[in-house]
Write a protein that binds this ligand. Structure first.
Ligand SMILES: Nc1ncnc2c1ncn2[C@@H]1O[C@H](COP(=O)(O)OP(=O)(O)OP(=O)(O)O)[C@@H](O)[C@H]1O
Length: 273
């Protein structure tokens, strides 16, 4: 197994024109760690993943993959180190599943590499890993939202990187396939020593599957630790603006949330301050 790679986010500030988003983020993801990133809509989660994938560059600070500053790596060198599952997929009319998944190879290996590899075993493995090999010759357009989401995961896996960034990997999926995808991620991470950061809106899934939860609020990290340590009624209020209770799964021991109601802005400020 190739050695795992960590991610270091050091003093990162980032904004889109006229819109500051990340306001001084420091985060070290250890090699081989499975981290869930949580927070309200618009708090900067996808932006942080895009910075780690080298698609955006910090205004201040830096992002390292292993020893390498992402801002100094070429697009292809970055694509060999890190794969990002986006929230939305490129939907090209008439493209088959196999063809789309091969795009993941293209990002990392380039056209010559793809020619050399012919019927690429990594593509076949990626299709198999997420259980979509039977759809290889179907049009991507003709898939349901959930089916397409799994194909996008196969595309990210086809990059065959040590670092996997997953932006809401369970969106569109029924409960069976949500659990299936999350278990697949856990298994692949164990088998291949992958370093995984995934944005999850479902705190129950974060608490169940991640070994670490990082919570963002308004572009800052406000909680960071093992699920048992950080999942509290205070986290629900401060990070997700929800009042609720937290218990413990009687068999697995992980925290279980019982969300009650959204907290109005005033009530929320009173709870925090
Ligand atoms: N390309 C862009 N140009 C300008 N503003 C953007 C752009 N992309 C995102 N934003 C803004 O930056 C902020 C952070 O967006 P981001 O997508 O990182 O949030 P998020 O935490 O992933 O949210 P969600 O949970 O809704 O996916 C939001 O206010 C969003 O409107």
């Amino acid at each position: 197994m190739t050695e795992s790679v960590g991610i270091h986010v050091e003093g990162v500030h980032f904004g889109y024109p006229g819109r500051p988003v990340l306001r001084g983020v420091d985060l070290t993801v250890r090699p081989g760690e499975l981290t869930a990133l949580i927070g309200l809509n618009g708090c900067g989660k996808s932006t942080l993943l895009r910075l780690a994938a080298g698609l955006l560059h910090p205004d201040e600070g830096r992002v390292l993959l292993g020893e390498d500053d992402v801002a100094r790596l070429s697009r292809r060198a970055t694509a060999r180190r890190v794969a990002l599952l986006h929230q939305s997929a490129p939907a090209v009319p008439g493209m088959t599943v196999r063809h789309l998944v091969r795009q993941g190879r293209y990002a990392a290996r380039g056209p010559l590499g793809m020619l050399r590899e012919g019927d690429d075993p990594v593509v076949r493995r990626a299709l198999r890993d997420v259980g979509v090999e039977a759809w290889a010759d179907r049009d991507v357009d003709a898939l349901s939202g959930g089916e397409r989401q799994r194909v996008r995961l196969a595309m990210a896996l086809a990059q065959d990187t040590r670092v996997l960034l997953l932006d809401e990997p369970t969106t569109y999926l029924d409960l069976h396939h949500q659990l299936d995808v999350l278990q697949t991620v856990v298994r692949l991470r164990e088998e291949r020593g992958l370093t995984v950061v995934m944005v999850l809106h479902d705190l129950a899934h974060a608490a169940r599957f991640a070994e670490r939860i990082v919570a963002l609020r308004e572009g800052r990290v406000v909680a960071d630790g093992a699920p048992k340590q950080v999942v509290t009624p205070g986290l629900l209020a401060e990070v997700l603006q929800v009042a609720g209770r937290v218990g413990e799964d009687p068999e697995g021991g992980w925290p279980v949330c019982y969300p009650d109601h959204p907290i109005a802005a005033l009530e929320y400020e009173n709870q925090i301050h």
